[in-house]
Design a protein around this ligand. Structure first.
Ligand code: WT7
Length: 645
């Protein structure tokens, strides 16, 4: 990747200082960077002491066999005890842990004392099913309290969980699922997918399927001797359970990455280091005050954001949080804002794709609700275009609430690069600075650190507590994927740029960089240029093979406010958009084709599946669409596609 081409990022001059009152009372101040710089391992050892250990660790990092890390290896702890019991012991049993809001409008608030009883019962139930420490449990549940309870019950008995969206490769002993869940106003069945998956080879170890009744409306197929209702088994258990302490390096969960490319990787996370970093980052990045804040992370518990910032981070910190089952537009497009108003949400953590959808639906919708409780806004999952960032701050955050753009990955386990809301002067579109105790930089093809103002590859230069320990069952792939491109450094797979101040801007996956007439152009840059046009709500850009220019830029755009244009107007707008991109980024970055579409293909974690769009742009038959949220989207896009030029 040449520096010249990545350096031409949109000029973004807007700056936002932290609010004075937040800065004055911030959990973490600029001093933390100093402390961590002076003694990085000492800094993490101090953060580990925010947890309750059964046996305090005396070791911090064991890096004697890099890149296989051990953190706090001689310590022992129980994750569920840290997330639940200790708060009850500290007199906080009556504090609400979860405000559950079902899509149909059913609600349930669960205190820490209740959560302790629920988790204990579930732990006893799993034990009755024969699950022992080290056995795997697969979880395939909607966003209901039982999902959180199940994860904590597994952690409590030392059984690593694996939450699955699509097909299982479950060598699990037990699968926990539900009859169904609610999505877009309708019950949607889940158990048939489990039944189907369990007919496949490799699933012979599954002895039991534990089924939560959520919708109660489906006719549930039942395998006698294997299937058991949650309300039959769990409800009759004792609500007392003594947590056992596990080694800090005991496996906590395996999570399969969303897989926009290639075969899924089972990312392994362990106990002590993971919980240390997740708990610290949740406290630092969101400035969480557990006694007064109401936290809401809108992610699904089935992906890493949900693991770390719905389950382990907030609960280890004793937070009160919202858990919402459904989609943002059911039964109306103000549902999220209604939830913020109802529960007085103070910290909201969501993804750029959701922010852009809200922008598209119109400013008037959030304006109808009282969002004045909000004091910190977070973003995660992909680069956030400056326009979406500013809209988020203006229309959701009343123009005063800090926005923290948090960069991390399933593999990093927790947040790595992010502003701190009480410290950092923020820049729309940039994740800016590695957190205290984290070492990241940008290097060129030869692994040399690039000077400020240049682009290259994002690398992590020191091990961190919540790092993946390996790819499950495939150490070699762990080495090859992350540690072979640059000697001794973790290669994240993302392009990045350092600005004149040394702040980091993420530019998307390096696989997504396009080569046009000898210039590298990042898809993120062109997408941001398109979204900065007032008529564009969302854009996805791909490089399509082109005989003249190697690749040609092909853009798919969603217009704001549901604009329905005639052919002529549409052609005129396409020309206007091409000119707009040309003006912002130079003529070489002008898309060859721009196609207005109604929807874009996304994975359930909200990432655009560029692979599929490339298929369309190159007139190929469609590749695998199984991880798509809605495969009919692709039919719509293909139907709109004019014959290739
Ligand atoms: C990839 C990791 C982090 C949990 C959710 C996604 C992209 C993530 C940002 C951000 C720019 C971002 C990267 C990263 N990404 N956050 N703030 N700015 N890019 O986890 O599915 O493992 O994806 O998401 O490309 O490598 P994941």
């Amino acid at each position: 990747m040449s520096n010249e081409s990545l350096a031409n990022l949109l000029k973004e001059e807007r700056r936002f200082a932290p609010p004075a009152d937040l800065a004055a009372r911030a959990n973490v101040t600029a001093e933390a960077y100093e402390q961590a710089r002076a003694d990085r391992l000492g800094f993490w050892a101090a953060q580990a002491r925010r947890l309750s250990w059964h046996t305090e660790p005396t070791q911090t990092l064991d890096w004697s066999n890099p890149p296989f890390a051990k953190w706090f290896a001689d310590g022992k702890l129980n994750v569920a005890y840290n997330c639940v019991d200790r708060h009850v012991e500290n007199g906080l049993g009556d504090r609400v842990a979860l405000h559950f809001e079902g899509e149909p409008g059913d609600t349930r608030s669960i205190t820490y004392a209740e959560l302790q009883r629920e988790v204990s019962k579930a732990a006893n139930a799993l034990t009755e099913l024969g699950v022992q420490a080290g056995d795997r449990v697969a979880i395939y549940l909607p966003m209901i309290p039982e999902a959180v309870v199940s994860m904590l019950a597994c952690a409590r008995i030392g059984a690593p969980h694996s939450l699955v969206f699509g097909g299982f490769s479950a060598d699990a002993r037990v699968v926990i699922t539900a009859d169904g869940g609610y999505r877009r106003g309708k019950p949607s069945a889940l158990k048939p997918a489990v039944d189907e998956a369990l007919t496949r080879p490799g699933t012979e170890n599954v002895r039991s399927v534990l089924v939560v009744r959520r919708t109660g409306q489906e006719d549930v197929a039942w395998t006698e001797g294997r299937d058991v209702w949650w309300h039959d088994l769990v409800e009759r258990q004792s609500d007392r359970h003594t947590p056992e302490a596990f080694d800090a390096e005991h496996p906590l969960f395996i999570l399969y990455t969303s897989g926009t490319t290639g075969k899924p990787k089972g990312i392994l996370h362990t106990t002590g280091g993971y919980l240390t970093q997740i708990s610290y980052t949740h406290h630092a990045v969101f400035d969480l005050k557990p006694e007064s804040d109401v936290f809401w992370c809108t992610a699904d518990v089935g992906w890493v954001t949900g693991h770390s910032y719905i389950v382990y981070g907030p609960l280890s910190n004793g937070a009160t949080e919202v858990l919402y089952e459904g989609t943002p537009d059911t039964p109306h497009r103000g549902r999220w804002w209604e939830i913020v108003q109802k529960y007085g949400v103070t910290i909201l953590y969501t993804a750029p794709t959701a922010i852009r959808a809200a922008m598209k639906w119109g400013d008037d919708i959030p304006a109808k609700f009282d969002l004045s409780s909000l004091r910190v806004l977070g973003s995660v999952g992909e680069p956030i275009n400056p326009e979406a960032w500013v809209w988020y701050r203006e229309h959701i955050g009343a123009g005063t609430t800090p926005v923290v753009d948090t960069w991390w990955q399933t593999e990093t386990g927790g947040i790595m690069i992010s502003p701190l809301p009480g410290v950092t002067e923020t820049k729309p579109g940039s994740a800016q600075v590695p957190l205290p105790g984290i070492s990241a930089t940008v290097v060129d093809d030869d692994a040399n650190e690039v000077p400020n103002g240049s682009g290259g590859y994002l690398v992590l230069t020191e091990p961190w507590p919540s790092m993946l320990r390996t790819i499950w069952g495939d150490d070699q792939r762990y080495l090859d994927t992350y540690w072979s491109r640059f000697e001794g450094r973790y290669f994240a797979g993302d392009g990045a740029k350092k600005d004149e101040d040394g702040d980091i801007w993420l530019l998307g996956r390096v696989d997504d960089v396009m080569l046009v007439s000898g210039h590298n152009i990042s898809t993120t840059e062109v997408e941001s240029a398109l979204v900065s046009h007032p008529k564009v709500a969302e854009a996805a850009v791909v490089g399509a093979t082109d005989p003249q220019t190697t690749q040609a830029i092909c853009a798919f755009v969603i217009l704001r406010g549901d604009a329905d244009l005639g052919e002529e107007e549409s052609a005129a707008l396409v020309e206007e958009l091409r000119a707009h991109v040309g003006k912002q980024l130079g003529p070489i970055a002008k898309p060859k084709r721009i196609l207005p579409v109604a929807e874009l293909p996304k994975t359930r974690s909200g990432k655009i599946m560029r692979r599929l769009l490339r298929d369309v742009a190159e007139n190929r038959t469609l590749g695998d669409v199984t991880t798509l949220t809605d495969s009919s989207v692709m039919e719509l896009i293909q139907a709109k596609l004019p014959a290739a030029p």
